[in-house]
Ligand binder design. Structure first.
Ligand code: GLN
Length: 489
């Protein structure tokens, strides 16, 4: 790999796109180099489940032709990785599960089609927790993913492969999906910027549904500007997704360098259970924002703590309904069975892993006659209450600053036998998911063990531009970011 290509792949996506647009480098050469790195990242970290081949080179050559014809492409020739629960035409989708068998989608998810239209080249599909259910990538049917900061640790989940690939410099940008925190948590564990958009901002067409009232695709990047470029490209109304928000993509770039002067930053008083290094990163971030002209607003929102319980009930209920389609009859894997009922039973028994089965059981129970009022409906009331509380909070402040995760990445295997303690890892990310609000995970330094710790910025609906501007300010104040020890070269 020539030095120029290596430097471009190590740098920001916007720099790479500028070089391709100026025809200083060919997108096809960048794609070739990124494919090599993706292959290594599959071997070293298990980040990829599928690495593209000649198809990616051809797609990149097409980008070169479009650039030569004078087309302005905001992400010209940027190689990206896509979480394996999001469809890329012609590449297998497994969603980290055996239940889909050898399914190859005939068309791109809308968000992928839009990234391609902006000049991106998909170099592979990344590992994830099975069907998006998990916080560590350990529930994937195809093995765990290693964190490039410390390969014995989890990368976070469920978009763990996407985060590991970006952190290790295999690609500058990746697509993840966030139901209860699956973009933000891996971003925090791998030292990246990760965006969960306002619900409906990004079309859900072509995502393998987990919990339809929560699922959103969002970018993982090493730089705030790259996350803004990617989100802008992915966003916008989609006539084929009835829950997509009307209107064109929001402008996320023109206010990116606006700074934080005059901003009211809400800070929760409750830091119970937060690792001291994560708490220290949070206070350092708050002080930094204050020194740049923001004012800090102390807030009490005790009901946010109910978010985990409400989220895991509602998300499981929606999953149990969404996953009913995987029956071995219509598509995907099929196990042998004596008669139709036995075929469905055998297919689902063999095709789903333990965590997915746990959710299907929990969700079916929460929706069943006699229990629905006590569980599902009560959880829905908590959801509404949390949305109202956050709405109220956003009258007193412009955004809420919190940790993204209670602590840094933990060792692979440490919590896999204890689902409850894993679910609690999501305590800071689920409130925005329940309320349909945008939230951005931003790196906030390293722990004493030299593992990334992140902070989360959550705002009212449609506040992505503001949140990314704050992320950009934090990044500028922090200076150049150290690379993880285990980068791919
Ligand atoms: N960790 C959460 C869960 O397991 C969130 C997953 C996600 O956002 N896809 O449900």
């Amino acid at each position: 790999m020539t030095g120029d290509l290596a430097r471009l792949l190590d740098g920001p996506a916007h720099g790479l796109a500028a070089a391709v647009s100026a025809r200083e480098v060919r997108a096809r050469d960048v794609a070739g180099a990124a494919l090599l790195r993706a292959g290594r990242s599959r071997e070293r970290h298990g980040a990829f489940l599928h690495v593209a081949g000649e198809d990616a080179i051809e797609a990149a050559a097409e980008v070169d032709r479009r650039v030569a014809a004078g087309e302005a492409l905001p992400l010209a020739g940027v190689p990206i990785a896509v979480k394996d629960n999001v469809h890329v035409a012609g590449m297998p989708t497994t969603a980290g599960s055996r239940i889909l068998g050898a399914f190859v989608p005939p068309e791109d998810a809308t968000c992928v089609a839009r990234l391609k239209a902006a000049g991106c080249v998909v170099v592979g599909k990344t590992s994830c927790d099975e069907l998006g259910m998990g916080s560590t990538n350990e529930t994937s049917a195809f093995g765990p993913v290693r964190n490039p900061w410390e390969p014995t640790r989890v990368p976070g989940g469920s978009s763990g492969g996407s985060a590991a690939a970006v952190a290790a410099r295999a690609v500058p940008l990746a697509v993840g999906t966030d139901t209860g925190g699956s973009v933000r948590l891996p971003a925090a564990f791998c030292g990246l910027v990760g965006v969960r958009p306002t619900f409906g901002r990004v079309s859900r067409l072509g995502l393998v549904a987990f919990a339809s009232s929560f699922d959103q695709a969002g970018p993982l990047a090493r730089h705030a500007r790259d996350a803004a470029l990617a989100l802008e490209a992915m966003s916008g109304a989609d006539p084929r997704d009835a829950t997509s928000l009307p209107g064109a993509s929001p402008d996320l770039l023109s206010r990116l360098d606006d700074g934080v002067a005059g901003l009211r930053v809400g800070l929760l008083d409750d830091e119970e259970g937060v690792h001291p290094d994560a708490a220290a990163a949070l206070s350092a971030t708050a002080r930094l924002l204050a020194s740049r002209g923001a004012s800090l607003v102390p807030l009490r929102l005790p009901r946010l703590a109910l978010g985990v319980a409400a989220y895991y009930l509602i998300a499981a209920a929606e999953a149990s309904s969404n996953l009913a389609r995987f029956d071995g009859v219509r598509f995907g894997a099929r196990a042998a069975g004596d008669g139709p009922a036995e075929l469905v039973r055998a297919t689902r028994a063999a095709g789903f892993g333990d965590e997915v089965k746990r959710r299907v059981l929990l969700g079916t129970f929460a929706l069943s006659a006699g229990h629905r009022e006590a569980w599902y409906e009560r959880a829905q009331r908590v959801r509404t209450r949390i949305a109202l509380d956050l709405g109220e909070a956003f009258r007193a402040c412009d955004l809420l600053l919190s940790p993204t995760a209670p602590g840094p990445a933990f060792p692979i295997g440490e919590k896999s036998g204890d689902p409850l303690s894993l679910y609690l890892t999501d305590v800071f990310t689920v409130p925005a998911s329940l309320a349909g609000l945008p939230a951005v995970a931003v790196p906030a330094g390293l722990s004493r063990e030299r593992l990334p710790v992140g902070v989360q910025l959550a705002g009212p609906a449609g506040s992505e531009a503001l949140l990314l501007a704050v992320a950009r300010e934090l990044e500028a104040a922090r200076g150049p970011w150290t690379a993880p020890p285990d980068v791919i070269r």
